[in-house]
Design a protein around this ligand. Structure first.
Ligand code: NSS
Length: 435
């Protein structure tokens, strides 16, 4: 394996001959010499100096192998090391019409995302994403949860029928999964606490900076837990991911100009706010919700929290807030009713601070066969599509619960990038399935 630029930027290499491979990131031609910035396969960049005539045919994004002597020069960009080139091998001369330059429209960067992955911004985001996924998995390993995977081609809705993607599956209709939850619920009977990371699909008709049609869904489920257990898992997991990621990705977060001092506050415990209290707070601040005719009315008990109310509740917070005990009407059929507060669910959403909005949702599941069957009907769904799921309530049902975390929502908060499309390498939205 050839060296990377980060390996050779050290005094140990000064005066030594090295070989690096990469792509021409930028070219600066002077009369006698050409300064070639070479980007390696992890985005590290080093300046290589060649006699102009030796590299006259080079173009931006050509792939090359450079052999040369490392030297240290404080004037050299990217950390004061450079390579005095001796030999240059060219793998491919890139077409001169490489579409990505220094200033590009967001639209072009999305249309050419397969090439935009080579920009330093996307490389930084990809590395942060890698850390988020790595530390998420590490938390579950360290805490004894079992990793599983669930199918993504399914027969039924989990989060309401309106966002289902339908597909033809041989001779029958099927859907792309909105959540692995129902499958994880089946697994806890023999595998105990389980977790999975699978793509979830939502035919979201809204174009917002928080919604994707395909997102990475980290979900967990465990038997014999109460709501507080499930909240503790979420706050520990999220603070573990954040603290480790900001420590490992200082450079990348600095490149994105993310001030991480506020993320350092994200330590357990997170505040728990009851839904009715949240409504009272919003009312006391004169908060309104939009009616169908476009006019506003005051928010009332029974309203779901939208992004504006989430922002209002978290605008002064320095860490996430759990909103607990939503009315059953605004939650899916599987949410367990609080026996001591009829009509309210034993469920909670975690809202990230400063208006980043909901990043997790979870709670206890209805475990009684009759209650859940009538709740499925109430939601306008067909219990026949849930026959196997209902078996779980028939044979050895247990109290249980879990949650789902949207990786891209968490990424958006950690990186502070405006649009969720930039937290994933190849975004899928209502208006984009390519590249
Ligand atoms: O719809 S959720 O609120 N809940 C579930 O799917 C549960 N069945 C999960 C579970 O308990 N196992 O989605 C969970 C999270 C939500 O808080 C967001 O962070 C994220 O999934 N999410 C999304 N991210 C990006 N784009 C879209 N469209 C999206 N929808 C949900």
């Amino acid at each position: 394996m050839p060296l990377r630029t980060s390996d050779i930027k050290s005094s140990d290499y000064v005066g030594k001959e090295v070989t690096i491979r990469g792509w021409v990131h930028r070219l600066r031609k002077q009369k006698e010499n050409t300064f070639v910035l070479v980007r390696d396969d992890r985005g590290g960049v080093i300046q290589c100096i060649f006699p102009a005539e030796k590299v006259s045919n080079l173009t931006v994004e050509s792939s090359v192998e450079v052999v040369g002597i490392v030297s240290q020069d404080s004037r050299a960009p990217e950390g004061g090391f450079e390579i005095k080139g001796k030999n240059l091998k060219v793998f491919n001369i890139a077409g001169i019409d490489y579409p990505i330059g220094e200033y590009q429209s967001d639209q072009l960067l999305l249309d050419k995302r397969h090439l935009a992955l080579r920009t330093r911004r996307m490389i930084a985001i990809a590395k942060i994403r890698h850390s988020v996924l790595k530390f998420g998995r590490q938390w579950f390993i360290d805490n004894g949860w079992m990793e599983v995977t669930a199918p993504t081609i399914v027969k039924g809705a989990v989060e309401g029928g309106s966002t289902l993607f339908k597909l033809r599956y041989f001779d029958e209709d099927a859907y792309l999964s909105q959540s692995a939850q129902l499958y994880l619920e089946a697994m806890i009977f023999s595998l105990g606490p389980v977790w999975s990371l699978t793509p979830s699909f939502r035919a979201e008709k809204s174009r917002t900076v928080r919604h994707l049609a395909e997102f990475s869904h980290l979900e967990a489920e465990a038997p014999w837990v109460d709501l507080e257990d499930i909240l503790r898992v979420q706050e520990e997991l999220v603070s573990y991911i954040i603290q480790n990621t900001i420590a490992e990705r200082k450079e990348e977060l600095a490149f994105l100009k993310r001030d991480t001092s506020e993320l350092k506050n994200v330590q357990v415990p997170f505040e728990r706010l009851r839904y009715e209290k949240a409504i009272e707070i919003l009312q006391s601040r004169g908060f309104g919700v939009e009616k169908e005719d476009g006019t506003k009315r005051s928010i009332v008990w029974g309203d779901d929290l939208n992004i504006d109310s989430e922002r209002e509740l978290t605008k002064n917070a320095s860490k996430p807030i759990f909103v607990i005990g939503y009315p059953l009407e605004v939650k899916p059929f599987y949410v367990k009713e609080d026996p001591s507060r009829k009509g309210l669910g034993l469920a909670a959403d975690m809202l990230a601070p400063q208006g980043f909005g909901e990043i997790t949702s979870g709670g206890l599941r209805e475990d009684d066969i009759n209650s859940i069957t009538s709740r499925i009907r109430k939601e306008g769904l067909d219990p026949a599509a849930y026959d196997w799921y209902l078996d779980l309530r028939k044979y050895g049902s247990v109290p249980h619960g879990g949650f789902g975390l949207g990786i891209e929502r968490l990424m958006r908060w950690i990186t502070n990038v405006e649009d969720i499309k930039d937290t994933v390498l190849f975004p899928r939205t209502m208006s984009r399935v390519s590249p």
